[in-house]
Design a binder for this molecule. Structure first.
Ligand SMILES: [Zn+2]
Length: 201
C-alpha cells in the first residue's frame, strides 16, 4: 500500500508558489506520503523539474499529470508526460486519454472551475471526492456523484502553497510504481483520507 496526493501544483502554475526543490525536500522527508502527482494548469514543465530533482530518492515517486482547463471546467489527466498537441474539448481529451491508458479525474466537480453534473456525460475514470481546497459540502456532493456513477473517488490537496501539501491523501493498494498505481485507481483500489490539517515538520 502506498499513500499519495494526486493533485499538486508547482510555481509553473501561474497561481501557485510551490518550488520544485522545497516540494521534493518535503516529500523525501515525509514518513508515509511518498507519492505525488504534479498537476499544474496546462503545463507539464513543473512535473519534469520535480521528477528530475526527485531522481536521487528511490522511495519517492512523482506521477506525471496535468490539470487541463476546458471550456466547461477543469479535468486532470494522470500519466501524461507531454501536453496534447492542441487545446481540446472534454470529449476529445477523454478519448485521447483512454487511447493512451491515462487516468482521467474530474477535480472538484462542484467547486468553481468544476465540471458539475456534466461530468456524467463523459467516460472519466474517477471523481475527486476529497479536494483539500473545497468545502465539506461540495466534497460531499462530489462523493454522491461518484457513487451515482459507480466511479472510484480520489483525494487531492490541490496545494498551491507549500503548507497545503497532502492535507488530504489517498491510500492505494499498489506498490511504488506509477503504472501499478494508475491501474489500481481505475479499479477503485483507493481510499481517501483527510489529515485534518497541513503536515508540518
Ligand atoms: Zn488544481
Amino acid at each position: 500500500m502506498i499513500r499519495a496526493d494526486f493533485h499538486v501544483h508547482t510555481k509553473y502554475s501561474p497561481d501557485a508558489s510551490i518550488g520544485p526543490k522545497p516540494l521534493v525536500d518535503q516529500l523525501s522527508a515525509h514518513s508515509t506520503i511518498k507519492v505525488i502527482a504534479v498537476t499544474d494548469h496546462n503545463t507539464v514543465e513543473g512535473y519534469h523539474k520535480v521528477r528530475e530533482l526527485a531522481s536521487p530518492y528511490p522511495d519517492v515517486l512523482v506521477i506525471p499529470g496535468v490539470e487541463m482547463g476546458t471550456p466547461i471546467g477543469d479535468l486532470i489527466v494522470l500519466g501524461l508526460e507531454e501536453m496534447p498537441p492542441r487545446t481540446w474539448d472534454v470529449t476529445e481529451l477523454v478519448s485521447f486519454a483512454r487511447e493512451k491508458d491515462f487516468v482521467v479525474i474530474v477535480p472538484h466537480p462542484f467547486r468553481e472551475h468544476g465540471l458539475g453534473s456534466s461530468a456524467k456525460s463523459y467516460a472519466v475514470d474517477a471523481i475527486e471526492v476529497l479536494n483539500g481546497a473545497a468545502s465539506s459540502r461540495v466534497n460531499k456532493m462530489a462523493e454522491n456523484l461518484a457513487k451515482e456513477l459507480g466511479l472510484p473517488g480520489v483525494a487531492g490537496s490541490d496545494a498551491h502553497d507549500i503548507d497545503e501539501l497532502w492535507n488530504v491523501y489517498n491510500e492505494v493498494q499498489a506498490s511504488l510504481d506509477a503504472d501499478e498505481i494508475l491501474k489500481a485507481v481505475k479499479k477503485g483500489l483507493v481510499k481517501v483520507f483527510s489529515s485534518g490539517k497541513s503536515i508540518h515538520f
